[in-house]
Design a protein around this ligand. Structure first.
Ligand code: CTP
Ligand code: CA
Length: 224
């Protein structure tokens, strides 16, 4: 799709983007994770940069950051706790974009040594991780814009609305996993942008969708 020369409407803004899958270790060689490759987050970071923002990217260690612009500051994370600490350290950003696929649960106990198969069965107790976006919503800097992402397999719009309210975010970008050309590890996306006063469907390459999202959000912030 056609991308015109970007206007620099994010000049002077600090944008924090998180992307990729967290890993929650059971032992030194095993972890719980998910298939997120971080592509949508990389596209959001690149789009914010091309609109003139100063961008900080917090990325999972598994994300391929080879193509990331050298002017974007990067920090790698592994677990949800590590990501949470890094987000708190950058929580003064003007815009926070939570594209990271954060694990909801983690093993309650992390074994120091590799678990061996000396038993016929193994039960793992999982405990909840902190909700980072919700923490941001509850500790929001004045004027900060919070954007979350949600992947759904059903009830896309109502679930996105519910998450926006529960997490006190400004926007949720809902992503229908059951649609062709959506979801993990592909270069295209179909999303619905859910705000307080506006809902809009967008599609195209992840790069184009990222730009359209920033533009829509910027336009509705300036027009109130
Ligand atoms: N998120 C977060 N911290 C978590 C879980 C999710 O910050 N512990 C953020 C994600 O980065 C995303 C948004 O919250 O921007 C929505 O994530 P999602 O998994 O769709 O929402 P959940 O509240 O975890 O609900 P669900 O039970 O559907 O997984
Ligand atoms: Ca979740």
């Amino acid at each position: 799709d056609h991308i015109t020369e970007p206007s620099r409407f994010l000049e002077g803004k600090h944008v924090l983007v998180t992307c990729g899958a967290t890993r929650e270790h059971l032992d030194p060689v095993r972890f719980l994770s998910n298939p997120s490759t971080g592509k949508m987050g990389l596209a959001m970071a690149a789009a914010a940069r091309s609109c003139g923002a100063r961008v900080t990217l917090l990325h999972a260690g598994s994300v391929d950051t080879g193509g990331v612009d050298a002017t974007i500051t990067r920090h790698a994370f592994s677990s949800t706790d590590e990501l949470f600490r890094q987000v708190k350290a950058h929580a003064d950003a003007d815009i926070v974009i939570m594209t990271a696929a954060v694990s909801d649960f983690r093993p309650a106990q992390k074994h120091e040594h590799k678990v061996s198969k000396d038993s016929a069965e193994l039960s793992i107790t999982l405990e909840r991780t902190p909700d980072i976006l919700q923490w941001l919503g509850e500790n929001r800097k004045k004027g900060q814009i919070l954007i979350g992402f949600a992947m759904e397999t059903r009830d896309l719009v109502p679930r996105s609305r519910e998450k926006r309210i529960r997490k006190k975010a400004d926007w949720i970008v809902g992503n229908d996993l059951t649609m062709d050309g959506s979801g993990f590890a592909v270069d295209t996306n179909n999303v619905v942008l859910v705000g307080e006063h506006m809902e809009k469907s967008l599609s195209g390459s992840k790069k184009s969708v990222a730009r359209q999202l920033l533009q829509q959000i910027f336009e509705s912030q300036v027009t109130g």
